[in-house]
Design a protein around this ligand. Structure first.
Ligand code: ADP
Length: 749
């Protein structure tokens, strides 16, 4: 067993030694990795680091290389700080890693640091740089055996020319920069261009002298015909800003475009310009470095002073400022441009969208308008129909009249029915055709109505059937289709006026009758008292005294005569009462006219002789036939003739009184009683037939009479079917005529 264990241990030892030898062999055969230190002037998030990293990754991605990175952060810290800290860190690395095969730097401060500490830190390791702004230093290094690289030479001139081409209206270029080495170098180049470019004002703005707030304030004064040019600028008075932040700050305050110089800044809000391709520089430098690290001598590679740049523009920014794409140099590269087609489509799309929106709005407004118009029209139609019905079927008589011509424009159904015309007929009529007033008066009234001087007019309107009606017309001005018309409402007042007239007549009659009653009483008291006094006086005498028979006879005769007079008066009163009460009856039967006439003649001739009257009494019968007769009330006819003859006797002193009749052709008998007495003035011809009416003269001369005789006579004649009238003048006598229906032919055969 011991022997076996010993064999085993020996075998293990041999295996271990074999493996170690293999390891040693392998480590000798496989080449060692090349160690590279990359020093960046700024920090991890600075934009140039990303660009540089991309070039580094592309060049040194393989396992053959170890890449260490250090940042100076020189925009944040001054050399007194970063130098010490970077030294410490590099020394630590050197202790752990051993020496570096290659040192790479980007931007000025990193290269300066490396050059300063080259021998101490890196011995004979070659150095390759990029992003160097310091041209002089670049030139110094051009012949250096260990150092080479790519100088970052901005083309400010080309960018300014680019600005002039794109914006010919720009009169001023304001360059803003900071007080870093890069900023100072850039502004020197900018100033140097001043003399070679005409017609452009060169202004500067150093952001390192101001705080962010102050910069903001200052930017507000930038004129609209200026362009801003961003040179190297990151360090403000109060803090460090990155390029994107600066662009946003400037864009917020000033409306003018900002041009820049570096490709890696494009897309942050700058227009662009002739740009340095930082990535291209880094890549070029990295390729040089790779060849050197692989055995080539650094002196084989000259410092590159004119690395290519290119025109580049941010299409979005170009559009935002409305800059004309056609003014760009031919070979300009565009970013933020998926394709031109897109923009064309976008433009067209915007136009179409705008058009669509406008169309939609117009359509919407139109539809709304159409709907509201329809609603309005419908409402208007309903309202028109309502008003049409209101007018057409109104129970008042309504007319629409043209106030200028007087023609009837329209009439409602009630008006058509009232006047008896059809609508077509009435529309041809003028108001003067309907109104009974003269034309000038009608027009005058219409003018007054039109001017609203008066509203209610009383007219007489003629209907189609000739009937004339009293109407009251109320007119007012209305506007139809902007033309003035008279709207007239006609009210038939015929019945009302008739009733009014009747009331007035009745009132007058009542007044008259009241007056008559008073007059009647006054008259009666006088008329009755006079004969009564005579009767009573003479009766008293007869009773008291012994008087001779002659006197007594005289007294008796006087009492008789007064009694007779009183009886006549009472009969008259009874007659007039009957007439007033419409109770006077006539009894018509055969009446022998000539007998009646002869009888009257005899009676009145006797009276004339008795009274010793100085006139002659004449009679004239219409026919000699002694039996001539008519049908009438003989008693009443006699009463009429007695009344008239009595009056003639009363008012005639001399001359003659004649009475008679004639048979008229129309069959009427026309009687007359004519005298040569005092006569009656024409003004009294009517009134003498009224109750108690007496002509003044008959009073003054103290004629007897109650004033009832002619009134009764007139009523009797009218009852008998005739009429009475008179012809007379004062002092020329009187002629009373009256008629009664004559004899039937049959009656006198
Ligand atoms: P009277 O009884 O007063 O005569 P009448 O009615 O008969 O009443 O007459 C009315 C009046 O008419 C008289 O008072 C008188 O003034 C006038 N008159 C009537 N007849 C005559 C006549 N023949 N001549 C003149 N006046 C007359």
């Amino acid at each position: 067993m011991k022997q076996t264990n010993g064999k085993k241990n020996y075998f293990a030892l041999k295996l271990g030694m074999g493996l170690f030898a293999l390891f040693l062999l392998l480590s000798l055969v496989s080449p060692a990795k090349k160690k590279i230190l990359y020093l960046n002037s700024y920090h991890l998030q600075y934009i140039t680091f990303n660009t540089s990293k991309q070039a580094l990754d592309e060049t040194f991605a393989s396992d053959d290389f170890v890449l260490d990175v250090e940042f100076l952060d020189s925009k944040q810290f001054g050399p007194e700080i970063y130098e010490e800290s970077i030294l410490r860190r590099i020394n630590t690395r050197l202790r752990n890693r051993g020496s570096y095969d290659m040192v790479l730097t980007s931007d000025d401060n990193a290269l300066r640091f490396v050059l300063k500490n080259h021998v101490n830190l890196f011995g004979k390791a070659p150095v390759v740089f990029w992003g160097l702004n310091d041209l002089e230093l670049g030139r110094e290094l051009d012949n250096d055996s260990l150092v080479t690289g790519v100088v970052e030479k901005t083309s400010i001139k080309k960018t300014i020319e680019f600005i002039r081409q794109l914006q010919p209206e720009v009169k001023e270029v304001i360059a803003y920069r900071d007080s870093t080495i890069s900023g100072d170098k850039d502004i020197k180049i900018f100033r140097a261009l001043k003399d070679s470019i005409n017609g452009l004002v060169f202004s500067e703005f150093n952001i390192s002298k101001y705080t962010i707030a102050e910069i903001e304030e200052n930017l507000k004064t930038v004129p609209s015909n200026a362009a801003l040019l961003k040179l190297s600028s990151a360090v403000c008075k109060d803090r460090v800003v990155n390029p994107g932040e600066l662009s946003r700050l400037f864009g917020k305050v000033t409306p003018v475009p900002i041009y820049n110089l570096h490709v890696h800044e494009l897309g942050l809000g700058y227009v662009g310009g002739y740009l340095i391709d930082y990535y291209g520089h880094a890549l070029q430098a990295c390729k040089m470095a790779k060849e050197i690290i692989n055995g080539a001598s650094p002196s084989e590679f000259k410092v590159v002073f004119n690395p290519p740049g290119k025109y580049m523009v941010d299409r979005k920014v170009l559009n935002r400022f409305g800059l004309n794409i056609n003014r760009l140099p031919k070979d300009t590269e565009l970013i933020n441009t998926p394709s031109d087609e897109f923009y064309i489509r976008k433009d067209v799309f915007i136009i179409i969208l705008g058009f669509l929106i406008v169309t939609l709005i117009v359509l919407g407004i139109n539809t709304r308008l159409v709907f509201s118009k329809r609603r309005l029209e419908k409402r208007l139609m309903t309202s028109q129909e309502n008003y049409e019905t209101l007018f057409r079927d109104n129970h008042s008589i309504s007319l629409i009249i043209d106030p200028l011509t007087g023609y009837i424009i329209d009439a409602n159904n009630t008006a058509l029915k009232y006047y008896g015309y059809s609508l077509q007929e009435i529309k041809k009529l003028n108001m003067t055709d309907i109104n009974a007033l003269p034309e000038t008066d009608v027009k005058e009234r219409m003018y007054q109505a039109q001017k609203a001087l008066r509203q209610g007019f009383v007219f007489a309107h003629r209907k189609k059937n000739g009937e004339v009606k009293d109407v009251e017309v109320f007119s007012g001005l209305v506007h139809l289709n902007d033309k003035p018309y008279l709207h007239s409402i006609v009210v038939d007042i015929t019945d009302r006026l008739k009733a009014e007239r009747q009331i007035i007549e009745a009132k007058q009659k009542a007044e008259e009758s009241d007056n008559l009653k008073s007059a009647f009483l006054a008259n009666m008291s006088h008329e009755i008292r006079t004969p009564m006094n005579s009767i009573l006086g003479f009766s008293d005498l007869l009773m008291k005294e012994e008087i001779p028979s002659e006197k007594r006879n005289e007294f008796v005769r006087l009492i008789y005569s007064n009694g007779e007079h009183l009886l006549t008066l009472i009969n008259d009163i009874i007659d007039i009462s009957k007439i007033e009460a419409n109770q006077l009856k006539v009894i018509k039967k055969e009446c022998h006219i000539n007998k009646l006439m002869d009888q009257l003649y005899t009676e009145f001739e006797n009276q004339r002789v008795n009274e010793n009257k100085q006139f002659r009494l004449l009679i004239d019968k219409g026919t000699d036939k002694p039996d001539y007769k008519i049908i009438t009330d003989c008693t009443r006819l006699k009463q009429v003739l007695i009344n008239l003859l009595s009056n003639a006797f009363k008012f005639t002193e001399e001359g003659e009184i004649e009475f008679g009749y004639k048979i008229r052709e129309d069959g009427m008998l026309q009687f007359y009683v004519k005298d040569s007495g005092i006569g009656i003035p024409r003004s009294k011809h009517e009134v003498v037939f009224s109750v108690f009416q007496r002509v003044e003269d008959s009073f003054t001369k103290n004629y007897d009479g109650s004033g009832l005789g002619l009134s009764i006579t007139k009523s009797l004649i009218e009852k008998l079917g005739g009429q009475i009238w008179l012809m007379s003048e004062p002092s020329e006598g009187s002629r009373f005529y009256f008629t009664i229906p004559g004899a039937d032919e049959q009656l006198n055969m």
